[in-house]
Design a protein around this ligand. Structure first.
Ligand code: SAM
Length: 246
């Protein structure tokens, strides 16, 4: 089990900004109830990426997997997916998120995922924290997962550098994120126009992030990624997904 480490409070407070309980509650509820269509749209892609992550996990021993921006844990089912052959003997899941109102939804999603019949032994620890200051030692994680979170962090470059820091050499970082469109100028213009409103309404979610550029410049040994469009998802329809290897 990877140790959770205490961080310099000055560093944490720089990125873990003051939050409103009411907004956290509403945002968690909104994420829990409003993302079904999105999750269906990315299901096959997530299955494929999780299979790649699992293929890279150590075999026959416990593996530590960190979800940065755990949220309501919509990814829970992929850890117990019958299609995903689990190499590790057990999973030490660490979910990091600054919104404590996500926890009950995440725990419920994990409980639901466990009923899928998979025998995989997995323990989830939910830790209050932020991507920019991950409460884990360097080179302690066998994988990091990040879905729809780098749009919301305060400092994407620092967040991705932290992901790389905590990964063991050769370990995968899996990501799916919405980004500023590169191939649809009309969409990009709309994303820029509504960016401030989105930040205010959706817990700091930016529509103008160039997340793949950030990941590609972060010093990973390899980055394999694709840009894709999700028809019907408007301002978040331009997405990137892939795996970077530390
Ligand atoms: C749009 S939600 C996505 C949650 C989940 N990963 C998913 O796929 O549904 C963004 C999440 O990032 C979290 N978040 C916001 N700022 C963060 C930060 N600086 N570091 C880590 N997580 C953050 C939010 O609390 C929220 O749970």
């Amino acid at each position: 089990m990877a140790p959770i480490v205490d961080l310099d409070p000055g560093l944490v407070s720089k990125y873990d900004l003051p939050r409103s309980d009411k907004q956290d509650y509403l945002f968690a509820k909104g994420m829990a109830q409003g993302m079904t269509g999105y999750e269906m749209a990315v299901k096959l892609r997530k299955q494929r990426l999780f299979a790649e992550v699992f293929a890279r996990l150590p075999k026959g021993v416990e593996a530590t997997v960190v979800e940065v921006g755990l949220g309501t844990f919509p990814n829970a089912s992929y850890y117990f997916d019958g299609e995903v052959k689990s190499g590790p003997s057990s999973l030490d899941l660490v979910g990091v998120d600054p919104n404590d109102a996500m926890e009950s939804y995440a725990t419920a999603n994990l409980a639901k995922a466990r009923t899928s019949g998979s025998k995989l032994d997995a323990n989830l620890r939910i830790v209050h924290g932020v991507a920019e200051a991950l409460p884990l030692p360097s080179k302690s994680a066998d994988a990091v997962i990040c879905t729809l979170t780098l749009c919301s962090v305060v400092d994407p470059e620092r967040a991705v550098a932290e992901v790389r820091r905590v990964l063991k050499p050769g370990a995968p970082f899996m990501f799916i994120e919405h980004v500023l469109s590169e191939d649809d100028p009309d969409l990009a213009q709309l994303q820029l126009r509504f960016n401030a409103m989105q930040i205010a309404m959706a817990d700091g979610c930016h529509l103008d992030r160039k997340t793949l550029d950030v990941i590609e410049k972060a010093g990973f040994s390899s980055v394999s990624a694709e840009r894709f469009s999700l028809p019907g998802f408007g301002l978040i329809s331009s997405q990137v997904a892939g795996i970077a290897v530390a």
